[in-house]
Design a protein around this ligand. Structure first.
Ligand code: NAP
Length: 748
């Protein structure tokens, strides 16, 4: 039970909203006494019979005597008259609130009664919940549960009044938001009043047709859903449309303009633009729902999922396409957007990060179809066709999007702001902002640590520069090169160690000349990109789990199709070959500037332990958790050195892997920059290596997938905790591994 908040609550008006709030007060005993005043005696009788009030009044002045809370729950137009009636019977400690759907006119009504010195207890409010039914019997105790209540405190409103009202509405299960009166009326004009107006209008339009009976008889679900709100109380809406006239008329103007755009597109059969508009609206709805739901990505994840892998005889066979490469998916959208012509993308990774990039370009006016089954069509707008987004661009969890877009946006004519989720908001952005400033960009990061939001002032003239990258970073390199597309002269970058070169390769695929001379990469500004076909290669990091699974399982035979074998990423192939795996790279070809191939791997021989070559470490950095599983199944010792970076990935991958391996009976020693693993394999012996056990993945997707593969050689059941993050990089991991023969189950 919540604490008792009030001595006496007086409702003036006791219909749907008033009686619902009274139901909450009664259910949770939030007040000693509740009374109501209405026009009709019947309402009061019913309220007494329902046990919602202890006393009913027809005279409001009597009702409010001694009340410490007065709730005006009646039509807004009656506010002024009512305040005049009760004014002299209220004390200085009385909280006066209302529930009206418009706020400006409620405040005007109060000013007409009190002048500018409004009572400290006066705090207007509006629950964003309701129904098309009215009256005391329509009320429900859970009407406000999970909904928002907007309070619009004034400068005269006392904190104690706002605090107490907040507690009351929270007890009703609502989320309380405070807002300016004007803002409230503007927001509501768009989100509630305009949709109601449109619903009344549509029903009226159809009802006036001669064939109206047929129209309503055959109306589809969409019409029913949309027109439901036209059944709302007509008096109330009549009042609201007048009460919020100014803001509603503005919203109607916006609606008319948008409608006429849509009409023109249909009239002119402008298929591309129409598709762009519909796609943008559809994606925007999903995008904003997602943003507002505050969906967890890597952190604050409340769902803890678990994989269970059952022991027993296993096969591991089949041909598979693992998900598309994330880095390439991002770039396909960015480059397709600024190219001349239409770019088709296949194999696009429909993960949250790449979708954030896609939405950003839609917000900048690019017409994009899809993604559907990994296919995306981008109608390029050319180098100078991006448009100012209406608001901030939300990059979700994607550092790649933010750093690459910093470069592109610095060169645009318009201002822009990029924001991200909580995790991205902690990541350093100065490393890209600094070189861009040297080029003439006006770019600002936030706080002492130079984190997002990133604000960019458009209309700058960028100059080519030469930049020595202080750290190996493909994202910073790419951001500079992308800004360089619009810069005067040459932009060049030298990198201390080779980093992923997806940007250079894809720019070339779009017909843009990029030079790579040793560790120096350069391009000339002022060119243009030509649309092309992009097949996003399968991600070698995802393929690695299948490679290891096949390498440790007798008679296995796995083919992974169209895997990206960019030389900056192929360390896992090299290392597995050195360990003696039966692995062949077949059907090598190029796609969208990237080398791809089918990789076949069979379980024909026992792997052997090796000292992993240090020159391969940067090229296999994400694949080590899987390779540790291979090492445990190998004959002899495997040593990894020079891989300290593994300790600062999504988890401390050295420690977390060592803990898990030990749990499953493997002798291993973590070191500062690597690990030593005593392999338990014996030549020609395919019996189980791991004991089974409970593994904590620390919500690290690669740890979870690696230990899943250990299940192919385990004598007992393996339980892997915290596997929900697997979906961010490999949404169909469990389906595909199950199809190959792994006995994997998912539970929450
Ligand atoms: P309701 O169910 O029709 O109840 C209205 C109550 O106000 C009735 O008790 C009625 O008395 C009384 N009343 C009507 N005109 C009056 C007048 N001129 N003087 C004194 N009392 C009067 O309406 P409701 O849905 O609760 O709406 C109340 C307020 O909530 C409105 O301001 C509305 O804007 C707001 N609101 C409604 C919704 C919704 O979905 N319905 C949502 C959010 C906010 P009798 O019982 O004697 O007729």
């Amino acid at each position: 039970m919540a604490q008792r908040l009030f001595k006496k609550v007086a409702f003036i008006g006791f219909g749907l909203i008033g009686s619902s709030l009274a139901r909450v007060i009664a259910a949770q005993q939030l007040a000693d006494q509740v009374v109501a005043c209405t026009r009709s005696a019947q309402t009061l009788e019913d309220a007494l019979a329902l046990g919602l009030i202890q006393q009913g009044f027809s005279n409001p002045a009597e009702a409010v005597q001694g009340a410490d809370l007065v709730v005006l729950a009646l039509p807004v137009r009656a506010t002024q008259q009512m305040l005049e009636n009760i004014q002299s019977d209220l004390s200085e400690q009385t909280i006066i609130t209302d529930v009206g759907s418009t706020k400006g006119n409620v405040v005007d009504a109060a000013r007409a009664v009190y002048g500018d010195m409004l009572p400290a207890g006066f705090v207007p409010g509006h629950p964003i919940a309701g129904s098309e039914h009215t009256g005391v019997h329509a009320g429900k105790v859970d009407l406000f549960t999970g909904h928002k209540v907007i309070l619009t405190p004034l400068v005269t409103s006392a904190d104690w009044a706002v605090e107490k009202l907040t507690l009351l509405w929270q007890a009703a299960g609502a989320e309380v938001i405070c807002m300016d009166v004007e803002k409230h009326d503007e927001v509501l004009a768009h989100t509630s009043h305009l949709p109601h107006l449109m619903a009344f209008n549509l029903v009226e339009q159809l009802a006036n047709r001669e064939d109206n009976l047929d129209i309503f008889r055959y109306a589809a679900g969409g019409f029913r859903d949309f027109s439901r709100i036209a059944a709302s109380d007509s008096h109330m809406w009549h009042d609201i449309f007048f009460a919020n006239k100014k803001a509603i008329l503005k919203a109607v103007d916006g609606f008319e303009a948008q409608l006429s755009t849509l009409k023109t597109l249909i009239e002119n059969e402008n298929s591309q633009a129409l598709m762009g508009l519909l796609g943008h609206a559809q994606a925007a709805r999903q995008h904003f729902n997602h943003m507002l739901a505050n969906k967890p990505l890597m952190e604050n994840n409340k769902v803890t999922q678990q994989f269970t892998i059952l022991p027993g005889a296993h096969t591991f066979k089949g041909e598979f396409s693992v998900p598309g490469d994330k880095s390439v998916s991002h770039r396909s959208i960015m480059f397709g957007a600024i190219a001349e012509g239409t770019t088709h993308v296949t194999g696009f990774l429909e993960g949250e990060d790449a979708l954030a990039t896609l939405q950003a370009f839609r917000d900048m006016g690019v017409s994009i179809e899809g993604p559907k089954n990994g296919e995306v069509t981008i109608h390029g707008v050319g180098m100078y066709g991006l448009k100012a987004p209406a608001g901030a661009l939300y990059m979700g969890n994607s550092g790649t999007s933010m750093r690459l877009l910093s470069g592109m946006l610095s060169a645009q004519q318009f201002n822009s702001v990029m924001t991200g989720d909580a995790s991205l908001s902690r990541r350093p952005m100065e490393r890209i902002a600094k070189p861009l400033r040297l080029m003439g960009a006006q770019i600002q990061t936030t706080g002492e640590r130079g984190t997002p939001p990133v604000s960019i002032t458009g209309g700058q003239h960028l100059q080519g520069i030469h930049y020595d990258l202080p750290m190996a970073s493909a994202q910073v390199k790419s951001g500079i090169l992308l800004a360089g597309l619009w810069a005067e002269g040459e932009v060049s970058v030298t990198e201390p160690e080779p980093t992923r070169d997806h940007t250079e390769r894809m720019l070339r695929a779009f017909g843009y000349e990029v030079k790579t001379e040793a560790n120096r990469i350069s391009l000339q500004g002022g060119g243009q990109l030509t649309a092309t076909e992009i097949q996003v290669p399968s991600d070698i990091s995802s393929a690695a789990f299948f490679m290891v699974g096949a390498a440790i399982t007798e008679h296995s035979d796995i083919t992974l199709q169209a895997v990206g074998i960019n030389p900056t990423r192929t360390g896992v192939i090299e290392i597995l070959k050195q360990m003696g795996a039966d692995l062949t790279v077949e059907n090598e070809r190029m796609a969208g500037g990237e080398p791809i191939a089918d990789i076949r791997i069979r379980g024909t021989r026992t792997l052997k332990g090796i000292h992993m070559p240090e020159d391969q470490v940067p090229l296999a950095i994400d694949e080590f958790p899987a390779l540790f599983i291979a090492a445990a199944c190998a004959e002899g010792q495997t040593i990894l050195t020079g891989a300290a970076e593994l300790r600062v990935k999504e988890s401390d991958r050295i420690q977390v892997m060592a803990d898990g391996l030990k749990t499953m009976g493997i002798d291993c020693t973590p070191t500062e920059d690597g690990i030593i693993i005593q392999g338990r394999g014996k030549s020609g012996d395919w019996s189980p290596i791991f004991t089974g056990g409970k593994i904590e993945s620390h919500h690290d997707h690669r740890i979870a997938m690696s230990f899943s593969m250990a299940g192919l050689r385990a004598s007992g059941e393996i339980n892997i905790l915290g596997t929900e993050t697997v979906a961010t990089s490999f949404p169909d991991f469990t389906q595909l591994t199950r199809r190959a023969g792994l006995a994997i189950q998912v539970s929450e």
